[in-house]
Ligand binder design. Structure first.
Ligand code: ZN
Ligand code: ZN
Length: 360
């Protein structure tokens, strides 16, 4: 197999040849067909996330076709189409039993690591998946079976960005119809918060960004209003659009600095809920006036859109097939594996909703 390896932060990924270990009990070998290029991969490549060990094969938003199943694998067979989930759960801890497998402490699987051809050195895979490659060997729990008539380039995006954004609205915040929603940041995740808000009947749906091309995309995904935060104060504008008191819900999907996070709290009304979806770099300070929360405002985090992958992925696929979830529009560009560094450049410049690597 081939895969794109990050050897050192701030250096280009390198395409390498690997040998795969034998498919063991409970494991599934997936021939990857598509992988989304997510901001989290870019965070690791830039050196923002020292907790991810490198060198590593990046990529964690993948879809493909089952090539081989190990002993004791039930319900999945060769030829099945699957979307990968990067969060494993044990099923028995407190969080799992309370219905939040996304918050399970189980670490990424490290039993199916490929070996660098020539040296035999085992290679890490980003959150146990490493989807910037032609194959990945994963535990059965990591694969979610989907219908064959769904294009895999589109389906791959459900594995991270779509689940994270739509899930933050539907699962984490449980936004009610008719409530006002503001979304800060219109990247891959923010656009999915916007389409999640549109999906549940929020009104208005206000998109905030500093790039006009992203605000145009936001309209396509269901934003009823757009605010360019480099030209006007987003807090005042959101209050105005929502009729004075501010939004019922705000989603912070930028995660680059503390300022938009503070704005996403200021822009909500009494008992407003701010959902922190973005991943800020480590030790990002936030200056909050404590009195800001006095009127029962709530600030909550959202991790992987409170995903229950084996429940939520099939639902998202169903919505896509019914024409109610936009995936085609998310795929702005398709690159080959060899062009992965160009895909990162496009991401860094904010040129795309999502780039997808076509792998096979
Ligand atoms: Zn658990
Ligand atoms: Zn991701």
């Amino acid at each position: 197999m081939k895969a794109a390896v990050l050897y050192e932060a701030k250096t280009p990924l390198k395409i390498e040849d690997f040998d795969l270990p034998e498919t063991g009990p409970g494991q599934v070998l997936v021939k990857l067909v598509a992988s989304g290029v997510c901001h989290s991969d870019w965070h690791v490549a830039k050196g923002d996330w020292p907790h991810i060990p490198i060198p590593t094969i990046l990529g964690h938003e993948g879809a493909g076709i089952v090539e081989e199943v190990g002993a004791n694998v039930r319900g999945i067979q060769k030829g099945d189409h699957v979307v990968l989930t990067w969060k494993l759960s044990c099923g028995v801890c407190e969080m799992c039993q309370r219905g939040f497998p996304n918050l399970c402490d189980l670490p990424p699987d490290t039993s199916g690591l490929p070996r660098l051809r020539g040296t035999g050195q085992t290679m890490n895979k980003m959150v146990g998946l490493g989807t910037f490659g032609t194959y990945t060997l994963v535990p059965q729990e990591s694969v979610v079976h989907i219908d064959k008539d769904v294009p895999l380039e589109q389906a791959s995006l459900i594995g991270c960005g779509v689940m994270t954004g739509v899930g933050a609205v539907v699962n984490t915040a449980k936004v009610e119809p008719g409530c006002s929603v503001a979304v800060f940041g219109c990247g891959g995740v923010g656009l999915n918060c916007i389409q999640g808000a549109a999906l549940v009947g929020a009104e208005p749906v206000i998109a905030v960004d500093i790039l006009n091309n992203k605000l145009e995309m936001a309209r396509l995904f269901g934003a009823t209003h757009t605010v360019n935060a480099s030209q006007e104060d987003p807090v005042a504008r959101i209050q105005e659009i929502s009729g004075g008191p501010g939004a019922h819900y705000a989603f912070e999907a930028i995660g680059l600095s503390g300022e938009p996070f503070v704005q996403s709290i200021l822009c909500t009304r009494k008992r407003g809920v701010t959902v922190y979806v973005g991943h800020a770099p480590f030790n990002t300070p936030v200056a909050l006036d404590a009195r800001m929360l006095m009127h029962e405002k709530m600030v909550i985090g959202s991790y992987y859109g409170t995903a229950r992958p084996h429940v939520d992925f099939p639902r998202l696929i169903k919505l896509y097939k019914a024409g109610r979830l936009k995936l085609d529009e998310l795929v702005t560009r398709v690159y080959s594996l060899e062009e992965v560094n160009e895909a990162f450049e496009a991401l860094a410049k904010g040129e795309v909703a999502r780039s997808v690597l076509a792998l096979g």
